[in-house]
Every structure is written in C-alpha cells, then in structure tokens.
Design a protein around this ligand. Structure first.
Ligand code: SF4
Length: 248
C-alpha cells in the first residue's frame, strides 16, 4: 500500500451520514454568508459557528499575510497550522517568525513530517525528484490529518482567481472530515495587493525575486503572467499538493 493510500484510509472510514451532515452544514453556511465580506466570514466561523474548534492553515507564502492579518483582528489566539515540510526556503521560515510576532499570533503550530516515515520513505531527502505526490503525502497530507483532528473546521487562503479546481469554490465547503472556510474566494490579485498596502504588511522576501506563489524550494520557481501558481511543480502535470483532497 502506498503512503498516500495509507493516509487516506482514515477519511474513507467515516460513515456516510456524517459526511452528508458536513455537506448540509457547509451548504447552509454558504447560502447564509457567501455574500459577506472576508472579515465577517471569519468572525462567523471563529466566534460563532466553530468557536474553539477551528484552525487556520497557512503556508506563510506570498499572499498569506492578508488572511493572517484578517484572522488576527478576530482572535489572535486562533490556532495557525504551518506545515513545516523540511523543504521550505529559509526566507519562508524567517517570514513565518516575523509575521507571527508582528500580528501577535499566539498559537502558531509548526507541524513536521514523522521522522520514522521520512526515514523509511525519503531517507535521502530527494523523493520530490521522482515521486512528488508521495513526497507531498508524507510531508504535508499525512502530518496535517492529526493536526486537524481536534478541530471541526479549518480556514484556507484559497482564491478563485488561482484557477484550476479553485474556480468554483464556495466560501464554506465540506470535505469528508471537516468544513473548510474560504474567506478570500472572491478576492482578486488587486485586492490582495491593496490589502497589503492599506495595512502596511511586509511582503515575503521572495516576491521581489519574481515568486508569485511560494511553497517548498525544490518545487517552486519564479513565474510571470496571470497564473500565479505557474511556478509550482513547473514542467509537471501536478498542480496541487493534496491537502485539499479527500483527507481534509
Ligand atoms: S512541494 Fe515538493 S518538496 Fe514539498 S512536499 Fe511536495 S513534492 Fe515534496
């Protein structure tokens, strides 16, 4: 059995009635709040619907500071999960520390891959070269599942303008295990830029070097044009890391 199929086994074990319940709740919330602005969506999610049972998952990448700043206005103690894959740029790790301090976030959790899993499946550290899907599974998808187990919902920074499977995202959506809250779905690139300027947010250091989207260093390259994710897994069919698949 592959690492990814092992990871996904738990999600499949949930009864269909529970999954239907999540879908119904997400649909109800989306109908009620999809026209609210991002701050109100976050307030409803953090303070009302999922109080004490919600986390924000952040890559501390190029656009992340906007969502983190919005969330900090609602509650600086909201748990923030950072998947510390072991393959991040040094600039991202520095930016993660700087932004947490600047925004006063008190519960940023650095979630790392299991050492034993890495030793067994990626001892040389270069699995990304020939099996990026499994590399993402063991460095991102598998560590995220237990990190989210104490929560009913999580907040993402996904936006429709990023394209591909994000084009029709709702503000509230259900996975097989959680409700996902997407406060920025309708934001355009210009909205992000305006928010950074209005709130004097520091840019990720790599943006000025031409990186519009920033993940692990082996799989992230500078890119130009409208497709902000064009530099991720460049030259491969892969476009997503998998954390928005069936597991969560
Ligand atoms: S983005 Fe690349 S290095 Fe990071 S976990 Fe995925 S395949 Fe591995």
């Amino acid at each position: 059995m592959s690492v990814s199929s092992t990871v996904l086994k738990g999600a499949d074990a949930r009864p269909e009635s529970a999954i239907d319940g999540l879908a119904f709740r997400a649909r109800r919330l989306d109908l009620k709040h999809s026209s609210d602005d991002a701050l109100e969506i976050l307030r409803v999610a953090i303070k009302e619907e999922f109080a004490g049972r919600i986390a924000l998952v952040s890559s501390f990448g190029a656009e992340s500071a906007a969502l983190l700043h919005l969330a900090a206005q609602i509650d600086r103690t909201v748990p923030v999960i950072f998947l510390d894959t072991g393959k991040h740029f040094a600039q991202t790790l520095s930016y993660r520390r700087k932004m947490a301090e600047r925004l006063g976030l008190t519960d940023v959790r650095d979630i790392q891959p299991h050492a034993a899993v890495l030793k067994e499946h990626d001892a040389s550290g270069d699995l990304w070269k020939n099996d990026a899907d499994t590399c993402c599974a063991l460095r991102k998808v598998e560590p995220l599942a237990p990190a989210l187990s104490e929560f009913d919902a999580w907040i993402t920074g996904r936006k429709q303008f990023h394209g591909a499977g994000r084009l029709n995202l709702p503000a509230f959506e259900a996975s097989s295990t959680h409700i996902k809250v997407n406060p920025l779905i309708r934001w355009a690139k210009a909205d992000i830029e305006a928010y950074f300027a209005d709130h004097d947010l520091p840019a990720h250091p790599l943006t000025e070097q031409g990186y519009p989207s920033i993940g692990c260093w082996p799989c992230t390259h500078p890119a130009a044009g409208d497709d902000v994710r064009a530099g991720r897994w460049r030259g491969a069919a892969k476009t997503e890391c998998g954390i928005h698949g069936r597991i969560a």
